[in-house]
Design a protein around this ligand. Sequence first.
Ligand SMILES: Cc1ncc(COP(=O)(O)O)c(C=O)c1O
Length: 452
Amino acid sequence: MSALPTLLAHPSLADLPLHERLVRALRTAILEGHLLLHSRLPASRALAEDLGVSRSTVELAYSRLEAEGYLQRRMGAGTFVALAAQPQPKRAGVAAAGLSLRGQRILDAGLCRDPVGLLETFGSGQGDPRVFPRDIWGSLMQRHWKRQAPRLMSYGDPQGLPELRAAIASYLVQSRGLACAPEQVLILTSSQQGIQLIAQLLIDAGDRVWLEEPGYLGARSAMLSAGAVVHPVPVDSEGIALAASHPAPRLIYTTPSHQYPLGMVMSLPRRMALLAEAERHNAWILEDDYDGEFQYSAHPLPALQGLDQQGRVIYVGTFSKSLFGSLRLAYLVLPSALVEPFAQARAAFDGHSNQLLQAVTADFIQEGHFAAYLRQVRPLYRSRRDLLWSELALHCPELTPLRADSGLQSAGWGIPLDIARQRLGVGITAIEWLLSGSRASGGLVVGLCRCW
Ligand SMILES: Cc1ncc(COP(=O)(O)O)c(C=O)c1O
C-alpha cells in the first residue's frame, strides 16, 4: 500500500475524478505485484483517512474493482486482492505514451512475431513463395475483378464470404476430419486475430488458461492481454502432459496436429484424455491447427474437433502457411452457440476480411488448385526437412533433432542459438518458453524454407 500515494499522484491521472484515480492506482498496484494475491486491503475508512479522501471515494473504487475481478470483499472479513500479478517485461516509454491500462497490458504481453530481419531467413515456418502457382492465382484475381468487382468492392458479411465458408467447411470435413457446417465458419485475418477474439470474448481477468510449455508466444500474448492467468503445462512425446495437480482452467490452448514448437503429434489416447479433462473442468479447448496441411506420414490423425461430442473445441486454422503469409486469411470453426456473438464482435472490431481475396481463395479451393498445390509441395518440404536434418547432423553434431513428421519447421536441443547460427550461416530462432517469455535454452527452431 505504500506505493499507492505515488501511483495516485501520477501525472497521467491528473485530470481524472478522485475515485477513478484510486481505481487505476489500485489496479496498477495489483497488476505490477505491489499488492499480492489474497493480501488484505485496509478498511475503507482507514484508507480514506490515510489518503485524505472521503470514505465514499474509497467505497466506490473498491466496488468497481470487485466488479472487475481485482478485489473480493467478504462480509465481516475485509477486502482482499483476487488477482495474481503476471510476470511482464517492462517496455520503455509506454507510460509516457498515455496508454490505458488495457493498452499497456497488451504491450506488456509481448510480441508474437519475429522481427522482420529474422523473418528474412529460415527463422519462421513459412512456405516457399517461389513454388506458389502465381499464374493461377493471378488469373482468378482477374476473373473475379472482371465479373463481380462491384459486389467485391462493397462491404461484406462479417462472418465471411459464403462461398469461402462453404469451401473451407468441405475441405475441413474431407481432409482434416472435422465435423462442421459452413454456418460454423468465421473468416478472419489471421489465427492471431482468432486467438485474440477468443481471449476477449471467453476470458475474464483472473481466469486461468493452460498453455503448452514450450509453446506459442502469440497465444500467451493474447491471453495475457485479456487479463488471463497463464498456467504452463509441460509437453511430452504424446503432447500436452495432463496431471491432476494442474489447477482448473477456463480454457486450454493446444496444437495437437504438430506441437508448436517441438513438433510431436498428440496421441489418440491423449486426445481422449484431454477432452475428458476439459469436460471435468467445464473448460473450452482452443485447437490451433496452424500447419496441419503439411503432414508427411501416410495416415495423419484427424483434428481434435472431430472427436468432440460436446461442442467445447474451438478450431483455428490459417492460410498464412498453407498459401502465403501476407494473404491475411484465417478462420475459426465455432460451436453453434458462439457463432453469432463472434461474428458481431468481429464486426465491432474491424468489419470483415478483404472480399476479393476471399472470393479468389474460395475458387482456389473449389477448383482443386489448393489440393494440387499441397500434393506438389508436401514431398518437396519433406525432402527439405530431410536435407535440413542431415546438414544439422554434419554442422551441429551435439544437436538432438526432434524428428517430427509434419510442418514447416523442425526443432532440436543441445546447442546455443548463436553457435548454431554461426555454423549454419542462416538465421534461426530459439525455442520459446512461455513462463519466463525467455528464448535461452539450447533449443532451436529452423524453418524449412527461406523467407524472402
Ligand atoms: C502455433 C502458431 N499458431 C498460429 C500462427 C499464426 O498464424 P497467423 O499468421 O494466421 O496469425 C503461427 C505462426 O507462426 C504459429 O506458429
